[in-house]
Design a protein around this ligand. Structure first.
Ligand SMILES: Nc1ncnc(NCCc2cnc(NC(=O)Nc3cccc(C(F)(F)F)c3)s2)c1Br
Length: 273
C-alpha cells in the first residue's frame, strides 16, 4: 500500500539547476522541488526517442522495479511525470556524481576504497536478487556517489524482474559474462561476473578484457583471458576474489554471500558506508 496518495508532479513544481550529464536518451539536471526545497536529479527522456527505439516496456519495467526498491546503495526513483514531448524521472540526487569520473581522475582506487565499493555493490545486488531483480548493466557509468561518498547503483533501464532465464542482449560488452556475450540463457550470476570485472577495474583502472575491437573483447571474454599487470601491486587476496568471480561456468562463481565473507573484503571494506 502507498504511504502517501500518489502526487501528480509537473515541471512547474521544480526549479531546474545545472546540467549533471548527458545520459542515454536525454539529459539530467539538478532541480529543487519548490515547496519542500528538496534537491533532486531530473532525468529528461524524449518521447520520440522511446517511440523510435520501441523501449516503452523497458522504461515501464524500470519504474515498476525502481519504485519497489529501497536500499542505501540503490539510487531512489521518487516518481515521474510527462509533458507533450518529454518524460521526467524524479531521482535521488547523488552529490558526488559518477564513480567513473573518480576512477578516471585517480587512475585506480586503493584496495580499501575498491573493497568498500564492492561490498556496497554486493549488498545492493543481494537485495535485488532477493526481489528477483537482475540489474544486468552494472558499469562505472551507472554507479554514483552521494554526499558521504556512499555508492548508489543507478539506471535500472536494463534490469529485469526475473523468474525465468533471460535472453536479451544489452549494455557494452566489457562487463558482460560469456553466457550473455554468447546470447545464451542467463540468470542472476551475471551480476556476480560483473562484480569481478568491476573489482579488477577499480584496482587497475580499466576492465580486464578491454581490447581494440569488440570482437577481440568478445574472444577475450569467451576465453576468460585474464592477466594481472605487475603495477599497481595488488594483494593476492584481491586477485583471489577476482579469480573466484571471473569463472566461465556461472554456477561456479562465488556467491554474493561468500563475497561478503571473503578475506579481502573482511580486511579492507569500510563497514560504515
Ligand atoms: N549526480 C547524479 N545524481 C543522480 N542522477 C544522476 N544521473 C541520472 C542517473 C539515472 C538514474 N536512473 C536513470 N534511469 C534512466 O535513465 N532510465 C532510462 C532512460 C531512458 C530510457 C530507458 C529505457 F527506456 F531504456 F528503459 C530508461 S538515469 C546524476 Br549524474
Amino acid at each position: 500500500q502507498r504511504e502517501t496518495p500518489k502526487k501528480q508532479w509537473s515541471l512547474k513544481d521544480f526549479e531546474i539547476g545545472k546540467p549533471l550529464g548527458k545520459g542515454k536518451f536525454g539529459r539530467v539536471y539538478v532541480a529543487r522541488e519548490l515547496k519542500s526545497k528538496y534537491i533532486v536529479a531530473l532525468k529528461l527522456i524524449f518521447k520520440e526517442q522511446i517511440e523510435k527505439y520501441k523501449i516503452h516496456h523497458q522504461l515501464r519495467r524500470e519504474m515498476e522495479i525502481q519504485t519497489s526498491l529501497r536500499h542505501p546503495n540503490i539510487l531512489r526513483l521518487y516518481g515521474w511525470f510527462h509533458d507533450d514531448e518529454r518524460i521526467f524521472l524524479i531521482l535521488e540526487y547523488a552529490h558526488r556524481g559518477e564513480l567513473y569520473r573518480l576512477l578516471r581522475k585517480n587512475g585506480h582506487l586503493s584496495e580499501k576504497q575498491a573493497a568498500t565499493y564492492i561490498a556496497s555493490l554486493t549488498n545492493a545486488l543481494a537485495y535485488c536478487h532477493e526481489k528477483h531483480v537482475i540489474h544486468r548493466d552494472i558499469k562505472p557509468e551507472n554507479l554514483l556517489l552521494d554526499h558521504e561518498g556512499r555508492l548508489k547503483i543507478a539506471d535500472f533501464g536494463w534490469s529485469v524482474q526475473s523468474r525465468s532465464k533471460r535472453h536479451t542482449m544489452c549494455g557494452t560488452l566489457d562487463y558482460l559474462p560469456p553466457e550473455m556475450v554468447e546470447n545464451k540463457a542467463h540468470d542472476y550470476a551475471v551480476d556476480n561476473w560483473t562484480l569481478g570485472i568491476l573489482c579488477y577495474e577499480f584496482l587497475y583502472g580499466s576492465p580486464p578484457f578491454e581490447a581494440e575491437t569488440q570482437s577481440d573483447t568478445f574472444k577475450r571474454i569467451m576465453k576468460v583471458d585474464l592477466s594481472f599487470p605487475s603495477t599497481p601491486p595488488i594483494s593476492e587476496e584481491a586477485k583471489n576474489l577476482i579469480l573466484r568471480l571471473l569463472v566461465r561456468d556461472s554456477s561456479q562463481r562465488l556467491s554474493l554471500q561468500k563475497i561478503l565473507e571473503h578475506p579481502w573484503i573482511i580486511k579492507n571494506a569500510d563497514p560504515t558506508v
